[in-house]
Design a binder for this molecule. Structure first.
Ligand code: ZN
Length: 88
């Protein structure tokens, strides 16, 4: 992938290694997060287009405002729906 200030991609081989390690440790895959350094915490068209895990929660951290903001979404069938989460 060419360098970009607005897009990113995770290496598929790295993803495969990560999922393998998680399986070995008995860990569950529940979500993905990424940041928007200069944009609001809403899924971009690209985020939605390439969302490949309908079972996952997609966390987006925005650093646009004075305080960091985190939002979470379920992205299925090219639709992003906000979901609430709580840390415990
Ligand atoms: Zn994004």
């Amino acid at each position: 992938m060419k360098k970009s200030k607005t897009e990113f991609a995770i290496d598929i081989e790295e993803m495969k290694r990560t999922f393998k390690k998680m399986k070995q440790k008995g860990e569950e895959f529940n979500g993905i997060y990424h940041s928007h350094p200069s944009a609001a915490p809403f899924p971009s068209k690209t985020d939605i287009k390439y969302a490949s895990y309908p079972e996952a929660a997609y966390f987006i951290l925005s650093l646009k405002g004075k305080e960091p903001a985190v939002r979470c979404y379920s992205i299925k069938g090219r639709r992003a729906l906000p979901i609430s989460v709580r840390a415990f």
